[in-house]
Design a binder for this molecule. Structure first.
Ligand code: FAD
Ligand code: N01
Length: 543
């Protein structure tokens, strides 16, 4: 007897207008738009549920750091009316509930195949179709291959010697068990102090017998100032959402924050302190960076904000040695900004030890714990908050081959030569679209805004092709060369590309360096994409 899945694949659906990979924010909306436009589409999702990041990241303290009223879909007025966020930065379960609510409301599940990983997608030059293979060996074909794989879905577990010998339990924040992990009376180690570490460390510290934090690079973190939303605020937000949406679209990062159009160096130290204090008191990741217009481009201006935060760390952390270790020196904003709830204060707890692994690097994992060049830390549980092989990582996990069998990984020279047109398409790969692909604003924006823009652009494009009877669309090499150069020029005018981070690939051993994010702002980027479409998809070959 055939299983339900086999029946489905052989009997009805081995050919689609579009195959979409991933059922997070991106894939769900892509499916919705394509269905609305009358295309047949199917999502393949490795997890057994929708949600993407919010399905996988169940670690203690996981929550968004975009204000929730902006960290949602805006395409449906009905959805805005029906869903109410509890607080400024809700926790992971609430965001996952939201995405499940969306999937149910728009009846999306019937076109999603869960627990299925896409392993390869090969373009067939003969019939201009994509042949897509899943990890259960099933093959399907589609006119369009659309990746909604996320920028941060390929977990990075550093290749420490000896991990297989560790006798305790270990977890990566981005692949957290569904059951509660019990830290009570445990000696816990957390490696990594990026956003995931900074969110989880204060929560784990409260529960664990002892927590050892292994820090390689200290971070600038500002207070989140999370709080419940009150009824009046919710009512006002819902009533004015069309105006709020307009402001989101017109902003640089997809969140309506007014940037002070003044250099930090034009104010006196006293005036600057007032401005920074005001932002610090508002909290959140975007406010301090918007206090002046040159913090991300001018070293001296940047240092004023960096020093402001360092002074705050010194004030919060009682032990001067620990405070010193926690003070960052890289350019503020050039690594992904972070906000926290009592992160620095956690290092005042008796049961927390901070280990600087730049000073004494981790040599290996032993059966008992973590051995640095100085000492061995015995642990029952080890948490890897070590981030992701971002941007290209999830794409390279799929064997994607374009015209004449050329692999994406080969074309991009393992990432060293990543070239895209608008971050959506790449030459040599007809009818292939990437949602929030490399060289789009993606991770330096409030992502749902960028996701909606990409999805709508792609859906409009497919309708244009259908109306004009066009079989294939492919980025021109000269268009992508120009776009990649533009991205690089914009990044090189800032401090971002001068700082080692996961933005540049520096967090992954052996990964080629490059800055794969468009920094021109989501407002500007939208205009460019619309202009390309308005000019009959300028920069693309249509056949
Ligand atoms: P994802 O949510 O990553 O979904 C991709 C899906 O594709 C996953 O479910 C994955 O299983 C699936 N997939 C990947 N490869 C395959 C394959 N080969 N076969 C089948 N399935 C596959 N951004 C913000 O703007 N604000 C925030 O506050 C914010 N908070 C974040 C918090 C955390 C902990 C993390 C990790 C990221 C956060 N982000 C935030 C960034 C986040 O990536 C985006 O906001 C958004 O969730 C991305 O949605 P997505 O659908 O594009 O990708
Ligand atoms: O990962 P990260 P993350 N030895 O790469 C350290 C989003 N997000 O999961 O800085 C020792 O930022 C590494 O050290 P260093 C958000 O976009 C959002 O925390 O490379 N340490 C760093 O400290 C975010 O930026 C939220 O020197 C090692 C840490 O591990 C992105 O996801 C929450 C190491 C990794 O930090 C990624 O965040 C969570 C090694 N070999 C995530 N390798 C929100 O709040 C790495 N490290 C919304």
């Amino acid at each position: 007897m055939k299983s339900n899945q086999q029946e489905f694949l052989t009997d009805q659906a081995d050919r689609f207008d579009a195959v979409i990979v991933g059922a997070g924010f991106s894939g769900l909306y892509m499916l919705y738009r394509l269905r609305e436009a009358g295309f047949s589409a199917r999502i393949y999702e490795a997890a057994d549920g929708v949600g993407g990041v919010w399905y996988w990241n169940r670690y203690p303290g996981a929550r968004c750091d975009s204000d929730s009223i902006y960290y949602n879909y805006t395409f449906s007025d009905e959805l805005i009316k029906e869903w109410t966020w509890s607080s400024r930065y809700p926790e992971q379960p609430e965001i996952l509930r939201y995405l499940n609510f969306v999937a149910d409301k728009f009846d999306l599940r019937r076109d999603i195949q869960f627990k299925t990983r896409i392993t390869s997608a090969h373009y067939n030059d003969g019939n201009s179709m994509w042949n897509v293979l899943t990890d259960d060996g099933t093959s399907v074909s589609a006119n369009y291959f659309i990746t909604a794989v996320g920028c941060l879905s390929s977990a990075n577990i550093p290749n420490f010697k000896g991990l297989n010998r560790f006798e305790g339990e270990w977890y990566h924040t981005g692949n957290w068990p569904h059951e509660k992990v019990d830290f009570e009376s445990k000696r816990v180690g957390v490696i990594g102090t990026g956003s995931s570490g900074v969110q989880s460390i204060p929560v784990i510290a409260k529960e664990a017998k002892h927590l050892t934090v292994f820090q390689r690079t200290p971070q600038y973190s500002v207070p989140a100032r999370n709080h419940p939303y009150n009824e009046a605020f919710i009512r006002e937000t819902k009533e004015n959402y069309s105006e709020i949406k307009k402001q989101m679209l017109e902003s640089r990062v997809g969140i309506p924050i007014k940037r002070n159009d003044r250099s930090a160096l034009d104010d006196t130290p006293e005036e600057r302190k007032l401005k920074f204090e005001e932002a610090w008191n508002k909290g959140g990741i975007w406010t301090l960076g918007a206090a002046y217009n040159d913090l991300a481009i001018n070293e001296a201006a940047n240092e004023t904000a960096a020093e402001f935060i360092r002074v705050k760390i010194k004030e919060k952390v009682h032990d001067p040695e620990a405070a010193k270790k926690l003070m960052p020196s890289y350019y503020y904003l050039a690594k992904r900004p972070i906000c926290d709830t009592h992160y620095y204060e956690t290092f005042n707890r008796e049961n927390v030890t901070l280990v600087d692994v730049k000073e004494s690097p981790i040599e290996k994992i032993t059966s008992k714990g973590v051995k640095t060049t100085e000492t061995e830390y015995e642990l029952d549980t080890l948490v890897f908050a070590t981030g992701y092989d971002a941007m290209t990582g999830p794409l390279f996990k799929i064997d994607i081959c374009g015209k004449e069998g050329k692999a994406l990984k080969e074309k991009w020279d393992n990432g060293a030569q990543t070239r895209t047109y608008l971050g959506i398409a790449t030459a040599g790969f007809p009818n292939f679209f990437m949602i929030t692909g490399p060289e789009s604003p993606s991770v330096i924006s409030n992502m749902p805004v960028s996701i909606e823009q990409h999805v709508e652009w792609i859906a409009d494009c497919l309708q244009y092709l259908r109306v004009h009877n066009i079989e294939t669309i492919e980025a021109k090499t000269e268009a992508e060369e120009a776009w990649s150069k533009h991205c690089k020029d914009v990044a090189d005018a800032t401090l971002y590309s001068k700082t080692e981070s996961w933005y540049t690939g520096a967090n992954i051993a052996g990964k080629p360096r490059g800055f794969l994010i468009y920094l021109g702002g989501v407002d500007q980027y939208r205009k460019i994409c619309n202009d390309v479409a308005d000019k009959g998809y300028k920069g693309f070959s249509l056949m």
